[in-house]
Design a protein around this ligand. Structure first.
Ligand SMILES: Nc1nc2c(c(=O)[nH]1)N[C@H]1C(S)=C(S)[C@@H](COP(=O)(O)OP(=O)(O)OC[C@H]3O[C@@H](n4cnc5c(=O)[nH]c(N)nc54)[C@H](O)[C@@H]3O)O[C@H]1N2
Ligand SMILES: Nc1nc2c(c(=O)[nH]1)N[C@H]1C(S)=C(S)[C@@H](COP(=O)(O)OP(=O)(O)OC[C@H]3O[C@@H](n4cnc5c(=O)[nH]c(N)nc54)[C@H](O)[C@@H]3O)O[C@H]1N2
Ligand code: SF4
Ligand SMILES: [Mo]
Length: 717
């Protein structure tokens, strides 16, 4: 049999690398970066290079399984599985109401074209308010900022990394994460290119990360203190008369409110709160102000903290007010080939209803994931009694995940749509496994919305699925056809009739580059056929200025002064003069997380090639702290918090700020009932056994992982 090449986009993370897969029949020979991909230009990371291990994993489920009385799993047919799930869920809804069914959509759902056409329908037809996703322990502040400033939660400005000369990254580690809410395959090369063209890359991070090591300058910042840094930054710009929104001036609403608040703020305390000297802050702010192509970018570390919402609001306001916005080299809105923003007007999507127990407002139809455990555990009407998880692992992913785990044990019924029996799906009554990553047709609907260059690429399946297998979307659709029998709401005919590929074709043709978008494009415009004929992908041009056309706010302007931000910000500024770094006991630390290039949240620890090398599940601490506590390398340390404790090996490194400790999330694969042969050999401990569900950003409801207090105790054996 001849060796052939297959080209596709890797959908494991947000970077969208093109892959060149050499295969011979069923056998994958090699996976390399596709040099001809116009977006990724040959870049790849170890996860993409071993993507076939997911497909080939002996642990991967291929047919539905049902838990038996002994706790083992019996294979069942798809029809039996769909009937049973349909009936059980419909009965629970009938007996206990719509909110008795909970939904959890995990991270890979946004990396899967097929699923995306059906998730909204699952929410709508089931009619439940108990909808949860990782958004509220991740990028929620980006969405809340975008919703109020620009009128739509997906209207998120993206740093123009390829043309900027000065980039400050706050709480982001693209050298490990490969870029997030900034899809930028080959991101380390793109960062190095900034330096090569004479520009600067600055990182603000409590850890001197892989990205910080390739930056021009790294600054340690105390976890959770970013808001103070940003206040100081804006104050410098005001004092030095660097406020100049330029062309955007007529499109701004409420700028004086922010400027007055910050101008009058007493900022004497700021350096002591952040750990960054005032002179350094001033130097950075002025260099940013005086560099026309400069940009502030904040990510996970600036989002999952107590002031995540205010940080994103203030940071984008600074980009806007200083003229670093909607211009090449600053921050811009992408123009994807399939526009997901269909609204023509602003729609209320915040606070329309509240969670049952702690009264948290919904945003975009979701509650903060931090309240999921209490909604599973607290008796009464509206308690979640049945749960559907789709591509998620909340037991390891959510703050205080072990409480959620207890909640799962109380469920009357649970179904998981997942390829593995992992820490979450092990609790299900039925698992419905979809096709693997090499068997699906794919187009990145979401991440082209956050990409640093406009491109379009369609991936055909490498392997067809067998008669016994189903795609994720077929599973969702089959369930919906059962659920709609007991719901007044029906699945739209278009979703009943058309496959995701045909829906995609429509989206492409109607989109801004599409054949149906303009009579002139009838012969040349985008269609699915055209993408199929260009398997490496098609470049659609760099990001460009789009204001005011893209604004969807009521006023048609960028609305900077929404009460949701201004009120808590005013209170924060009032308290600022008295704010001090709290004195802590000598074994108390502030906890932060950590990502590793060879991990992907909780679920790629089962790929053998990714698990080579030394133990990654360690607690990092600074040598001064280690000496004080008499902790040596590899000593077992007990880390305690309000919610729990764990034992973990110490890793001593000057790359972490004194007083701060770092533990990666996504480990803890020792739990019973899973079927993850490789991961269970590298079990580690789950960071989320000690994170605190009560630590939440009050503005957005996002989980506040960063800066949680913990105590360290050396274990003696
Ligand atoms: N290899 C790999 N890639 C991934 C993932 C993965 O698990 N592994 N996950 C994917 C997902 S789901 C996401 S959301 C993205 C995330 O993408 P990123 O946001 O780039 O990833 P993180 O590594 O979490 O970076 C957060 C950084 O913030 C720092 N930090 C923590 N607390 C604070 C703070 O209070 N202030 C400041 N300034 N910094 C702080 C941390 O030390 C860390 O370096 O990565 C994606 N890509
Ligand atoms: N402490 C702490 N906790 C965190 C974070 C942190 O930085 N610190 N990061 C948070 C972030 S940013 C995120 S996004 C979440 C992730 O939270 P989750 O999405 O809940 O967890 P994952 O580990 O990504 O689990 C993904 C699941 O999807 C399955 N899967 C993979 N591909 C497919 C597919 O194509 N179809 C189906 N049906 N299933 C599939 C995998 O087998 C796995 O079970 O974790 C969050 N938790
Ligand atoms: S960086 Fe992300 S998209 Fe690229 S190969 Fe790695 S996992 Fe895949
Ligand atoms: Mo995420």
């Amino acid at each position: 049999m001849a060796i052939k090449n297959h080209y596709r986009v890797c959908n494991l993370c947000e970077a969208m690398c093109g892959l060149e897969i050499a295969y011979e029949g069923e056998k994958i020979i090699s996976v390399k970066g596709d040099e001809k991909d116009p977006f990724s230009k040959g870049s790849i990371c170890p996860k993409g290079a071993h993507i076939q291990e997911l497909h080939e994993s002996p642990d991967r489920l291929k047919t539905p399984v049902k838990k038996n009385k002994e706790g083992g799993w019996d294979p069942i047919s798809w029809e039996e599985a769909f009937d049973e799930v349909g009936q059980r869920i419909n009965n629970i809804r009938k007996a206990h109401g719509e909110n008795a069914v909970g939904l959890y959509f995990g991270n890979p759902t946004v990396h899967n074209m097929g699923i995306l056409f059906y998730t909204n329908e699952l929410k709508r037809i089931l009619g439940t308010h108990n909808v949860f996703t990782p958004t509220s322990m991740d990028q929620l502040p980006h969405h809340v900022m975008a919703y109020y400033l620009f009128g739509h939660s997906l209207r998120i400005p993206i740093p123009d990394i390829d043309h900027t000369d000065f980039m400050i990254l706050i709480g982001a580690n693209p050298a490990a994460s490969n870029g997030s809410i900034m899809s930028a395959a080959g991101v380390t090369q793109r960062l190095k290119a900034i330096k090569n063209r004479g520009g600067k890359v600055i990182t603000l991070d409590p850890r001197k990360t892989e990205t910080s090591r390739l930056a021009s300058e790294h600054l340690f910042i105390r976890p959770g203190a970013d808001i103070y840094f940003l206040i100081g930054f804006l104050k410098v710009l005001i004092t030095h008369e660097k406020i100049n929104p330029g062309r955007l001036q007529p499109f701004l609403k409420g700028q004086d409110t922010i400027l007055n608040l910050v101008e009058n703020a007493d900022t004497t305390q700021i350096a002591s709160l952040t750990g960054i000297p005032s002179s350094v802050l001033e130097r950075l702010a002025l260099e940013y102000a005086d560099t026309p192509k400069a940009v502030l970018y904040g990510r996970m570390g600036m989002s999952t903290q107590e002031h995540g919402g205010l940080c994103h609001w203030l940071m984008q306001s600074i980009n806007i007010l200083s003229g670093h916005f909607d211009r090449p080299g600053t921050t811009l809105f992408p123009n994807p080939a399939v526009p997901l923003i269909k609204e023509k007007h602003f729609k209320k999507k915040h606070g329309r209803w509240h969670s049952r127990i702690s009264q948290k407002p919904e945003f975009q139809g979701e509650f903060p994931v931090s309240v999921m455990a209490e909604e599973l555990q607290t008796p009464g009407k509206g308690k979640i009694r049945a749960l559907i998880t789709h591509a998620g692992n909340p037991v390891l992913a959510t703050p205080n995940g072990k409480e959620l785990e207890k909640g799962l044990q109380e469920l009357d019924f649970m179904v998981s749509i997942d390829i593995f029996i992992n820490e979450t799906s092990a609790h299900a009554d039925i698992i419905l496994p979809p096709a693997s990553h090499l068997e699906v047709p794919h187009y990145d609907l979401i991440f082209n919305l956050f990409a640093v260059h406009n491109t379009a690429k369609f991936s055909k399946p490498l392997y067809p699925i067998s008669k016994e297998q189903r795609y994720d979307w077929q599973i969702a659709k089959a369930l919906l056809l059962h659920f709609e029998k007991a719901s007044p709401k029906k699945l739209p005919w278009i979703l009943k009739r058309l496959s995701p590929e045909r829906l995609l074709n429509l989206g492409l043709q109607l989109g801004p580059y599409g054949r149906l978008s303009h009579p002139k494009r009838w012969f040349t415009g985008l269609t699915l056929g055209k993408l199929k004929r260009n398997p490496h992908g098609i470049a659609l041009g760099p990001l460009q200025s789009q204001i005011p056309e893209v604004l969807l706010t009521k006023s048609g302007k960028i609305e900077l002064d929404h009460e949701v931000f201004v009120k808590p910000f005013t209170q924060l500024l009032e308290a600022l003069p008295e704010k001090r770094v709290e004195k802590v006991k000598e074994n108390e630390f502030l906890l932060i997380g950590r990502r590793h290039l060879r991990s992907n949240n909780s679920w790629m620890h089962n790929s053998p090639s990714l698990m080579t090398g030394k133990n990654r599940c360690t607690v990092m601490l600074h040598p001064d702290d280690a000496t004080r506590l008499n902790i040596l390398k590899n000593d077992t340390v007990l880390v305690q918090s309000r919610t729990g404790q764990l034992q973990i090996a110490a890793e001593i490194t000057p790359n972490i700020m004194p007083g701060v400790v770092s533990i990666p999330h996504g480990f803890g694969h020792h739990r019973k009932g899973t079927r993850l042969q490789v991961a269970s050999k590298h079990a580690g401990v789950s960071l989320n056994d000690i994170t605190d569900n009560l630590r939440m950003d009050p503005v957005t409801g996002n989980a506040a992982f960063s800066g949680q207090p913990v105590t360290l105790i050396k274990q003696t054996t």
